[in-house]
Design a protein around this ligand. Structure first.
Ligand code: PMP
Length: 295
């Protein structure tokens, strides 16, 4: 696979209020966010020119910033419009959208009260997070050596860049061992989520998913819970242990990028749980595709 680096592309990036050429969207190395992870971001997706749940994402970005102690100097409405302008400027209809807000270079040190808050929005073509073959068979997850932290240990309800430190380490542990993604447990040892997507289990026709009390309550998670209930499925939010995968028929992940992705295997040296993508997953994939307007 040839990688085109993200700083070596053409197009336009919305940067602090204006659309500027892609290659000029830079910041100084002594930027607070780079050293102290004072950044929050979003992952969104446009289908046929419309960002799915745009305002919810813009609002979550603002809320994430507040949790890190800063106010993004644009309203959700302004961020929505900036997002639409960025998509139009790049001539895109189906794309991934990445807004990011961060503390600037005015102060270097742990304290950052005087830093300016910056906002940038970039969009790029990104058709599928997991390949269609992987999605048909179900992806393979290893067990992450990292745990989702206690809410008093990290700002777990913020989509904060710093929380992805263990995400990247987990994903690398999976890829290094031939898996696609990693299942993360929480600080108590309960099932939490994958590195960038929430998790659901189908047990005897009912849908179970962990309570998002120390990780992101995904916008896709909430959407899929709604779709499942509309179909008449019972959805139970509760604490789930790893051993329960032994009695689980279907497993799937949800996320803006993952959409609804079946899981075929969760394994480690100590256990090997296998699942076959089944009717519940298939129904929710179809409903989600319809909702987002995929042709
Ligand atoms: N958990 C993590 C760690 C994520 O990065 C994401 C993707 N934003 C999700 C869950 C799913 O969230 P959403 O459905 O809002 O994309």
């Amino acid at each position: 696979m040839t990688l085109v680096p993200f700083d070596d592309r053409d197009g336009f990036i919305w940067y602090n209020g204006a659309l500027i050429p892609w290659r000029e969207a830079k910041f100084h190395v002594l930027t607070h966010a780079l050293h102290y992870a004072s950044a929050v971001f979003e992952g969104e997706r446009a289908y046929n020119g419309q960002v799915f749940k745009l305002t919810e994402h813009s609002q979550r970005l603002i809320d994430s910033g507040k949790i890190l102690g800063f106010d993004i100097p644009w309203t959700a409405e302004q961020i929505d419009q900036a997002t639409r302008d960025t998509i139009a400027a790049n001539g895109m209809t189906d794309c991934y959208v990445r807004p990011i807000a961060w503390r600037g270079a005015e102060q270097m040190g742990v304290a950052a009260q005087q830093t300016k808050i910056h906002l940038a929005i970039a969009v790029w073509a990104w058709p599928s997070y997991f390949s269609p073959e992987m999605r048909a068979k179900g992806i393979r997850l290893n067990l992450s050596p990292w745990k989702r932290p206690h809410p008093e240990t990290a700002p777990t309800q913020s989509k904060a860049a710093g929380l992805y430190m263990i995400g990247t380490l987990s994903k690398h542990s999976a890829e290094g061992a031939g898996y696609t993604d990693s299942l993360m447990l929480d600080w108590r040892g309960y099932v939490a989520e994958a590195t960038g997507a929430n998790i659901f289990l189908v047990i005897d026709g009912k849908i179970h998913t962990p309570i998002p009390d120390c990780f992101l309550d995904g916008i896709t998670r909430r959407t899929v819970i709604g779709l499942a209930k509309a179909r008449g499925y019972e959805v139970i939010e509760r604490r789930i242990t790893l051993e329960e995968f032994a009695n689980t028929q279907e497993v799937f992940l949800t996320g803006t990028a993952a959409e609804v992705t079946p899981v075929g295997e969760i394994s480690s040296e100590a256990f090997d749980y296998r699942f076959t993508p089944g009717p519940v997953t298939a129904a929710l994939i179809a409903d989600y595709d319809k909702l987002v307007g995929r042709a």
